[in-house]
Design a protein around this ligand. Structure first.
Ligand SMILES: [Zn+2]
Length: 253
């Protein structure tokens, strides 16, 4: 039985992005014409694997989302339904949102493939910052599960991002999906698009509709009525599919 290990606290990782990009260029050479890869791939357009946290792949075994307490369950369960369904159907890794409560301490990894959700005021001590604490499998480098600490301010501040209710709600949805993405092995995909030598906040690739990957730091994602709360196709979703492919490629390669 492999032992899980908590990865370092998740924060913005601007400083490391440039180095990773160099690796990306080399790895892209192994991409086939169909888009599938014959060797593991850890970054591409709009997504990046959380290799800095020890996560290189996503195993196909089912995940369960559980809650630290009744408040977290009441406030947050509904926000996980859509992204869980998307990963289940589009990636092929089943994620079930349960009603289970789990009091495993934040500093310890939960049972394998369990994601514990907390509703916490400023878990990082900084306004508006939530925290993901992913664990990884020390044997094969796959995502293990972990803790998500959502900053309660997103729910207690009625006009957090905008005076428009739907805009605020879309930010909440994307914030939850962003942290779930970290647990599943995705890092921030910010890149130095304007080539000024600095990878800045919100500096991420955009799709035709103008949306960035939901993993863009400090926040991103599609805020339309149909896209909010989802991993963005072509970016985050492609990354999750590749992380699953990596699981097999790393075993046979
Ligand atoms: Zn993040």
């Amino acid at each position: 039985m492999p032992t899980p290990r908590p990865a370092r606290t998740r924060r913005t990782l601007y400083a490391t992005a440039a180095a990773i990009l160099t690796i990306t260029a080399l790895l892209l050479a192994s991409t086939t014409a169909r888009g599938a890869t014959t060797t593991p791939l850890y970054a591409s357009t709009g997504w990046k694997a959380e290799t800095a946290q020890g996560i290189y792949s996503l195993s196909p075994d089912p995940y369960t989302i559980v809650f630290a307490d009744d408040t977290a369950r009441t406030k947050l369960a509904g926000y996980f339904t859509e992204p869980a369904s998307q990963v289940t159907t589009s990636v092929g890794v089943p994620i079930t949102v349960t009603t289970t409560l789990d009091t495993t301490p934040v500093g310890s990894c939960p049972a394998r493939h369990r994601i514990i959700v907390h509703y916490t005021y400023r878990p990082l001590g900084t306004q508006g910052m939530s925290q993901a604490r992913p664990c990884y499998n020390t044997v094969d480098g796959s995502a293990w599960g972990g803790h998500i600490l959502m900053d309660s301010e997103y729910w207690t501040s009625s006009s957090w991002f905008s005076t428009t209710t739907t805009v605020n709600e879309s930010h909440r949805q994307n914030a939850v999906t962003h942290e779930l993405g970290h647990i599943l092995g995705l890092d921030h995909p910010n890149t130095d698009r304007d080539q000024d030598g600095v990878v800045e906040a919100y500096e991420c690739v955009k799709n035709a509709a103008g949306w960035t990957p939901v993993l863009c730091a400090p926040n991103g994602g599609d805020r339309s009525s149909t896209g909010a709360g989802l991993f963005v196709p072509g970016y985050d979703l492609t990354g999750l599919k590749q992380l699953l492919a990596n699981y097999y490629l790393r075993q046979t390669g």
